[in-house]
Design a protein around this ligand. Structure first.
Ligand code: HEC
Length: 291
């Protein structure tokens, strides 16, 4: 039984079945299980080595048994073995697929055309070509029915569907990952919940230098229209994240505040625009007008 299939087919097949089983039973999301859990690569390697070792041991065992056979039995065994192995002979398989007949049979193929000594052979179409052709006919039929009679998606439809799905996925992703904002993508938040959080962050971190109402102190007035480092949500986000000019006392807050928090406090500051603080510091910097 063991000899029905040669080892060079048996080992890869068993190995692939094991890998397939692994993929089927282990939940590894979109990745292959052995990519998700690198330890499995080691396990697979050990399994592979084990399979090869088993083959080697079996072959050695068989060799011993073979030696114990009588000469006639040896011969019978060899003949049967050769017969079985014939269908796995790559050369035989190749010749079958190509449909070529050995030169020695050429005489049977000859047509009785003879053009100045140039003769013609009547070779059959090579089976690999013929069967690919049949498969393509079946495929074309299915293709025609699906795309031209049953209204299958055209390339454009498919493209549009995929773009739509991607857009939804991106929205979904952004919703769950608000920390993704940066100075380029930041927007002015108007949701009261965000502004409240921004106010709380401001009271804890910024009030000491910019005053509770944003009127300014050590730091500049934040409620007037003048900005040293540029107004508008993007500049303000950038200033808070990266800090002010060196030595002025405004640190880069990105080390202690999350991007989403910086966005909230920046929005809160912008929401104070035009209010009247108790002790406003004189305006500094350029007047900012939003383009
Ligand atoms: C230690 C004092 C200090 C603290 C605390 C502080 N700042 Fe400042 N801030 C400053 C100074 C000083 C400047 C001016 C920087 C410059 O001139 O480069 C400034 C500048 C700014 C500016 C730019 C103003 C402009 O005119 O361009 C913004 C916006 C700002 N701070 C927001 C904040 C926020 C938000 C916090 C809290 C997370 C905060 N600051 C905490 C001292 C402070």
């Amino acid at each position: 039984m063991r000899h029905a299939i040669p080892a060079w087919i048996r080992i890869p097949v068993i190995f692939l079945i094991i890998v397939g089983g692994m993929e089927y039973f282990i939940d590894s999301g979109k990745n292959f299980a052995f990519v998700e859990y690198p330890i499995l690569q080691l396990v697979l390697l050990i399994i592979l080595l084990f399979l090869i070792a088993a083959e080697v041991v079996l072959a050695a065992f068989e060799n011993i048994l073979f030696k114990s056979l009588s000469p006639e039995a040896k011969e019978r065994y060899m003949a049967a073995h050769e017969q079985r192995m014939k269908k796995y002979d790559l050369k035989v398989i190749y010749r079958k697929l190509m449909g070529t007949r050995p030169i020695s049979e050429e005489r049977d193929l000859e047509l009785d055309h003879n053009y100045d000594g140039i003769k013609e052979l009547d070779n059959k179409l090579p089976p690999w070509w013929l069967y690919s052709f049949y498969v393509s006919i079946v495929f074309a039929f299915g293709y025609m029915v699906y795309y031209h009679m049953m209204d299958g998606d055209s390339q454009l439809d498919e493209f549009e569907k995929e773009m739509l799905a991607a857009k939804i996925a991106v929205e979904e992703y952004k919703k769950n990952a608000p920390d993704l904002v940066d100075a380029e993508s930041v927007t002015f938040l108007t949701d009261p919940a965000d502004l409240e959080k921004g106010a709380a962050l401001y009271q804890t971190n910024c009030m000491a230098c910019h005053a509770g109402d944003g009127g300014g102190g050590i730091g500049p007035n934040l409620v007037d229209a003048h900005w040293i480092l540029g107004g508008g949500i993007k500049n303000i986000y950038h200033t808070i994240s990266e800090g002010g000019r060196a030595g002025k006392g405004m640190i880069a807050w990105k080390s202690s505040l999350k991007p989403a928090e910086i966005q909230q406090v920046a929005s809160y500051i912008l929401s104070l625009q035009g209010t009247t603080p108790a002790n406003p510091k004189e305006a500094e910097g350029e007047e900012w007008t939003e383009e």
